[in-house]
Design a binder for this molecule. Sequence first.
Ligand code: APR
Length: 338
Amino acid sequence: MVKVTVCGAAGGIGQPLSLLLKLNPKIDELSLFDVVNVPGVGADLSHICSNSSTSSHLPSSREDKSALAESLKGSDLVIIPAGVPRKPGMTRDDLFNINASIVRDLAQGIAENAPKAFVLIISNPVNSTVPIVAETLKKNGVYNPQRLFGVTTLDIVRANTFISQKYAKETKATDFNINVIGGHSGETIVPLYSIGNSKSYYDKLSEEDKKALINRVQFGGDEVVKAKDGAGSATLSMAYAGYKLAESILKALTSKGEEVVECTFLNLDDSIKGAAEAKKLVKNLDFFSLPVRLGANGIEEVKYDILNNISADEKKLLEVAIEQLSGNIDKGVAFIKK
Ligand code: APR
C-alpha cells in the first residue's frame, strides 16, 4: 500500500500535481491537505477511475491539528507545494517569513505523524525551506537526510527544453537530461551543458548565445510570471517537475536493479555515500543540488564526481552559486533557531 500526501493540494501547483499523482498506478491512496477549497478538489479527483482512493482534509480552525494528522498518518511520501503568493505591499522577507512558518508547521506535522516518509519540498524559497524542514525534523529526533528532497527538477526540465528549442529541427527536449546543480533560484542554478550529449550542441553556440541560454534557465520562472501578468508563477510545469521526481522515487522503491538517478537539493550529510566528498567540493555547504542515485532508502549515493568534470566557465558559475546559497541556507537555519 503506497500512500502519498500533498500539502497545499488546492493551489495552483497542488491541483495539477494531485491530478498527475491520481493517475499513477503505483499509488494506492492519495491524501489531499489544504487550508482552503480542498474538499472540492478531492471530490472532483475522486471520480477519476484510477488505481488510488482519494481523501481530502481541511482543518476546521487555525488551531485544528487533527486534519493534518489524519492526512499524513501512514504516508510514504509527502509533497509540499503549500505557500502564499506575494501580495502588493509585501516584501520578499515578509513572504519568506510566511512560507517558512507554513513549511515549519507542516514539517512538525510530518515529524509527529509520518516520521519515515519521503518529503519533497516545492514551497519557495527552496534553498531556505529545505534546511527549515531538516532542522524541524532534527529537533523532533526523526530526521533522515536520505529522505529529504528539495525539488529542483523544473530547472532540469527547462534546461532540456531550452537547448532543444535552439536545435528544433534536429532535437527534441526528451533527447536531453541536463544535470543542473546548485540551488533553485536565479544564479544559484547551474546548468551543466558541457557534460553528456548536450555538449556538442552547446559548444556550437556563440559565447553570447551560451550566456543567454544559461540566463534563461536561471531566470526561466520570470518568463512565466511576466506572461501571467503578475497573477502567479509557474504552476503546471512545476507540478510536472514535482511529479517527475515523485515518480522516480516511487520507481526506485520497487526497482529491480535498474539505476534511478535524479538531481535534487539535498543535505550533504556524512551518512550519505559520497556526500562528504561533495561537501568538500562546494566549500562545505550543507545543502546542494546534485545528481543522486535513488533506492529503497531514498538517496543512496551522491554522484559528486560530476563536480570534477565541469568546464572553466561552469566553475565560475559555481563560485557565484555557492556564495549566494550559503546565505540562503543560513537564513533557513536561523529562522528555526531564533
Ligand atoms: N497548509 C497547507 N496548505 C496551505 C497552507 C498551510 N498552512 N497555507 C497555504 N496553503 C495552500 C493555499 O491555501 C493554496 O491552496 O497552499 C496553496 C498554494 O497555492 P497557490 O497560492 O496557488 O500558490 P502556487 O502557485 O501553487 O505556489 C505554491 O510553490 O513554487 C512555490 O513559490 C511558490 O511557494 C509557492 C508555492
